[in-house]
Design a protein. Structure first.
Length: 337
């Protein structure tokens, strides 16, 4: 049974995805683009599905296996998928596993730190173009969209799993590695990342970041709407072990599994931490709102502002995928001086 509260929170997180897509596209088109439950995978092999892309058998082992996704769908997926259509956030996770999809929504990778690493991948559009997806003849579709109507349509093209692209990376990457037959690569990457991450925080603490310091991540959305980030993007990186801590109101949002919270300028002091990160966007309207905030008396009185602990970064370069995280291990020490 799906927890209604969790479903609502995931919807709010998906709305943040639309917000990110909007920011990514707005620079060129001025247009917008859409808690981890326990997941179980049954690795027992099953009879191949007749007529499907996954129906080829090896000499001794069936080519498909039953997999149950986090929304409760059980489907036969290829043991070793070769043509993956990936629709959702965090495409950079696939890259660290050595996997390229045959198709994705390319608007979600524009402006990302890993954009140049994405090669020979067809654009499936946003929302996903079913005809284009069908033409690619994928043997597996991974979607971050929880819309059941779209899911049903996708299952007519190829075996489809819903995947929580916003789950914590230590859970998400292992599950993705299992789905795409790269579990060992996922384990190795996570082990190396943990070492590098600890080294980064040690370096930052040696250079002035004190234990227990708090941090906040803010961004503006067109329409003069101010958001504080919770479960998504840069916050996932900052609030790791040995890292910075969320303020009490942000911790509440995290406990409620919220991707972000819209707030008014008047309460920004309640959310502001010892260090503040501002995510800049291509939207001129959002940029203007940010500039007005940073000139306000309310802003200038914040302790982090007075101490010069305010950092600005492109929103497209602060996502929580594995490729961006690798990049941020080098960039955060440069940003936090």
């Amino acid at each position: 049974m799906i927890n209604k509260k969790a479903t609502i929170n995931k919807k709010s997180t998906r709305q943040y995805t639309a917000l990110i897509c909007l920011f990514s596209l707005m620079g060129a088109l001025l247009l917008g683009c859409g808690a981890s439950d326990n997941q179980t995978a049954n690795s027992n092999t099953t009879a191949p599905v007749a007529g499907s892309a996954a129906s080829t058998k090896t000499s001794e082992t069936a080519s498909t296996r039953a997999y149950t996704d986090y929304m409760g769908h059980t489907v036969n997926i290829p043991v070793a998928p070769q043509r993956i259509a990936y629709f959702g956030e965090n495409y950079g996770d696939l890259l660290v596993l050595g996997v390229q999809a045959v198709g994705t929504s390319t608007s979600t990778i524009e402006g990302k730190v890993y954009e140049k690493q994405v090669q020979n991948v067809s654009d499936l559009g946003f929302p996903i173009d079913l005809e284009k997806a069908l033409a690619l003849q994928p043997d597996l579709i991974i979607t971050g969209n929880t819309d059941e109507k779209q899911y049903t349509a996708l299952t007519k093209i190829a075996p489809t799993v819903m995947f929580d692209t916003f789950a914590p990376i230590n859970e998400r990457l292992l599950l993705l590695g299992d789905i795409v037959n790269k579990k060992k690569a996922a384990e190795d990457w996570l082990a190396q990342y943990k070492i590098k991450e600890a080294e980064m925080w040690t370096k930052l603490h040696e250079n002035g970041v004190k234990a227990g310091e708090t941090a906040s991540v803010f961004t503006y959305y067109p329409g003069d709407r101010l958001f504080v980030m919770g479960r998504t993007g840069l916050s996932q990186i900052l609030y790791e072990e040995n890292g910075l801590k969320p303020t009490a109101p942000i911790q509440k949002a995290l406990d409620e599994d919220k991707g972000f919270v819209q707030i008014s300028q008047e309460v920004i002091g309640q959310y502001a931490g010892d260090r503040i990160f501002i995510l800049s966007t291509p939207s001129s309207e959002a940029q203007q709102s940010t500039e007005q905030l940073m000139k306000s008396k309310l802003w200038l009185q914040l302790p982090a502002v007075k101490q010069g602990h305010v950092y600005i970064q492109d929103i497209g370069k602060t996502e929580s995928d594995a490729s961006t995280r690798e990049w941020l291990l080098e960039e955060l020490p440069k940003l936090i001086k």
